[in-house]
Design a protein around this ligand. Structure first.
Ligand SMILES: [Zn+2]
Length: 273
């Protein structure tokens, strides 16, 4: 499933293509939304943003389209009228004079009043957004010190969007690795310094992944490997999908295991806390 950085990059592309433009037509596949087509036609797109794994397309008539891609949803931006050849199921299409934004296969689409966004059941429960431009590290650190979360295991906790919002499986594996922490550890077992270190690494890696198009590895190492002709998927991570390969820090073989139903890649020698 795409994680915060991938969703935010998709929102950026939609925003660049659609912002400020007049909507010529909106198509909804779901019958219960079709009444909104008429109301959105002729409105202007104010902006397209992301919150955690949701995309919000805001219009100047006070309405916002909320969409959550889940596992299979996919946005495509194309010149007007050039429908792609694919077998996916079109769920939403926003047309402007020169472009169209098409959303395929997503099952969660809603139209809500922009003024009610903060009351949306998914949005209102989200923890601090790691990719919010105005995020403050102190806000993230405070979350890690919040006793409500101390009984949780790190592997599931870091991916819980109600704790902090933006991380999924690969970011969790990578942040635990550079923090030298085991996925089974409970937040309560970390001391103050360790909680701060983990909070900073979660923020750092999520923002780095957003800025670099998905690289969490040390930038200088990734760049070196790229120059040597290493494929992107093989140089972007410290441990994710690198089982059997040597840890960059200690050369121990990376392992792949399941913790609490979630796959985790880790270095058994480095991640002992
Ligand atoms: Zn190691």
């Amino acid at each position: 499933m795409p994680e915060g950085p991938e969703i935010k990059r998709t929102a950026d592309k939609l925003d660049a293509a659609m912002r400020g433009k007049k909507v010529t037509k909106v198509y909804f596949a779901f019958e219960h939304l079709q009444g909104f087509s008429y109301r959105l036609q002729g409105s202007k797109i104010l902006d397209v943003t992301s919150r955690s794994k949701a995309i919000l397309s805001q219009f100047d008539n006070g309405l916002t389209i909320y969409s959550h891609n889940q596992l299979y949803g996919r946005w495509e931006i194309l010149p007007a009228g050039e429908y792609p050849q694919n077998s996916r199921s079109l769920r939403l299409a926003i047309h402007t004079q020169d472009k169209m934004a098409l959303l395929y296969s997503a099952s969660e689409i809603e139209v809500i009043k922009t003024s009610n966004l903060s009351q949306h059941p998914y949005l209102k429960k989200l923890g601090p957004e790691l990719l919010d431009n105005s995020i403050n590290i102190d806000e993230i650190i405070a979350r890690f010190h919040d006793k409500r979360f101390h009984r949780r295991q790190l592997m599931a906790l870091l991916q819980d969007q109600q704790f902090i919002s933006g991380m999924g499986n690969y970011l969790c594996c990578e942040a635990l690795h550079i923090s030298r922490m085991h996925p089974c550890v409970h937040l309560a077992n970390l001391n103050k310094q360790q909680r701060e270190k983990l909070a900073k690494n979660c923020l750092k890696l999520t923002q780095q992944s957003y800025k670099t198009g998905g690289i969490t590895n040390l930038i200088s190492r990734a760049e070196e490997l790229r120059k040597q002709g290493t494929p992107f998927e093989d140089y972007r991570f410290y441990v994710y999908r690198r089982e059997g390969l040597p840890c960059y820090h200690c050369a121990t073989k990376i392992t792949k295991d399941k913790y609490g139903g979630r796959i985790c890649y880790l270095c058994p020698a480095c991640q002992t806390v």
